[in-house]
Design a protein around this ligand. Structure first.
Ligand SMILES: [Zn+2]
Length: 459
């Protein structure tokens, strides 16, 4: 059977992110099956017919957005329950997560996927927070999103209840997870090794899961941070900074993605550049939790050294939104403020991190991240018929500084339209919202983790 064709016709602008970063005015894109086959001006594609044509003359087309760090499970059910004065909610977060049933995780995941897609995210890394991937498989399939999955493992004591195993068992679990999951749903699912962090995993565990990932030809992600205190501690214990320690045990490299990475010093940045290691930074989480971007944020230096930087949202109780446009905005503005220098992180660089560079950080740069023939048909169409898009002369500035995910009109993943005219096509949203609200109530009652619903009297 010949593959279905889809033509996005006469787009006001197509931000291609191709090798020359061309922005095509009055642009058209032809999609054949799952692939982009042609990109050009409307005039160049004038004679091209397709099974379906989307009139995009009021729309701006971008590549699908990539999220490098996003704990999909649990948090939608209890979003916003932590008051600002609770301090770090991590202990509660992990207890709530561990208390989820299969069915609850399926629904909260599905809601997470709805929010991701409706805001234009087509691919994300879930850093091992999903307990029941089998139960969630239907959600990934229905939503049509791309996901990088893994099983979170640790073998050391942690201040929060992580899944803790013996070292060999943790490595063996990773070794059986990868072949079971990698490549499912026509390649939309990828499986990586996901040790939690260097503090909660022994060197043997980290080496073991890295070896397993290498043997399987896949990636590895873990949480990582540094900063003066951690550096002192690591220097005293290992004679090395935290990032140097990871290098010394062979856990850095082109297939490794470190998340958060606040507090690195120049030596550690050099270490990442030298080893070709990628990072996922979560600018909104960093700001919301008081991460100290002026002292600890090194995004400009990482980019200057050629480190691949992806953007992430962390979780619905960290960022708390899953909006790549607001995330780009934060990345672009927070360093201007922190460094008191408007030249930091231009809008174009923020857009690259959320698309092409992010895809490269996720080892998917050959397939995703730009609008070029031969790439997967993952596209986001923004509606310019909204006040925040007016007036429109520089679509990159309008996107990064004016817009947010609410102007995402249509989303295409793998050639399939999954959001159409603001509506996701794969689930009854109203029913899903009330189901997740009920799950949140049950989860709080079951765990006893509750907080006053507001600092103000609720009457
Ligand atoms: Zn995380």
């Amino acid at each position: 059977m010949p593959s279905q064709t889809l033509k996005i016709d006469r787009a006001r602008y197509v931000l291609t992110l191709d090798g020359e970063r061309r922005i095509v005015q009055d642009g058209s894109i032809l999609v054949e099956g799952q692939w982009i086959s042609r990109v050009g001006t409307a005039a160049e594609l004038a004679g091209v017919r397709a099974d379906r044509v989307i009139d995009a003359h009021q729309l701006v087309v971008t590549p699908g957005f990539v999220n490098g760090h996003m704990h999909i499970s649990y948090a939608h059910a209890v979003r916003g329950i932590f008051p600002d004065d609770v301090g770090s909610p991590l202990v509660h977060v992990f207890r709530l997560q561990m208390a989820m049933t299969e069915e609850e995780e399926y629904y909260t995941t599905l809601l997470g996927l709805v929010e991701l897609l409706k805001n234009g995210t087509v691919c994300f890394v879930d850093p091992g927070s999903t307990k029941f991937p089998d139960a969630c498989l239907q959600a990934y399939e229905d939503a049509g999103i791309r996901v990088i999955l893994g099983e979170c493992v640790a073998d050391q004591d942690a201040p929060f209840p992580l899944p803790r195993y013996g070292t060999e068992e943790a490595v063996a679990r990773t070794a059986s997870f990868l072949p079971k999951w990698d490549g499912r749903l026509h390649g939309r699912i990828r499986a990586w090794a996901m040790p939690f962090s260097p503090e909660t995993c022994s060197a043997d565990l980290l080496r073991g899961v890295k070896r397993v990932a290498d043997e399987h030809g896949t990636g590895l992600t873990l949480h990582h941070g540094s900063g003066p205190e951690a550096r002192q501690e690591y220097l005293a214990r290992h004679g090395l900074r935290p990032t140097e320690y990871l290098e010394s045990i062979g856990v850095l490299g082109a297939d490794v993605l470190l998340s958060h990475v606040l507090g690195l010093d120049d030596v550690e940045i050099e270490c990442l550049a030298r080893t070709g290691t990628a990072v996922a930074m979560c600018p909104v989480t960093a700001a919301k939790r008081g991460g100290g971007i002026p002292q600890h944020g090194r995004m400009p230096e990482l980019l200057a050294k050629g480190v691949r930087v992806a953007l992430g949202c962390d979780s619905p109780n960290n960022s708390n939104h899953l909006d790549p446009v607001r995330t780009m905005n934060m990345a672009a503005i927070q360093y201007k403020d922190a460094r008191q220098d408007m030249r930091q992180i231009p809008a174009e660089q923020a857009l690259e991190m959320a698309t092409l560079m992010g895809a490269r950080a996720l080892r998917l740069g050959d397939e995703l991240g730009s609008i070029e023939p031969g790439k997967q048909a993952d596209l986001v169409l923004f509606d310019t018929r909204r006040p925040e898009w007016q007036a429109l002369f520089n679509p990159v500035n309008n996107l990064v500084y004016n817009a947010d995910g609410r102007s995402v009109h249509t989303v295409i993943v793998d050639g399939r339209v999954v959001v159409e005219a603001y509506r996701q096509t794969f689930v009854d949203a109203a029913r899903l919202f009330s189901t997740v609200q009920e799950i949140g109530e049950r989860l709080q009652a079951r765990t006893g983790i509750t907080f006053p619903r507001s600092r103000w009297p609720m009457v």
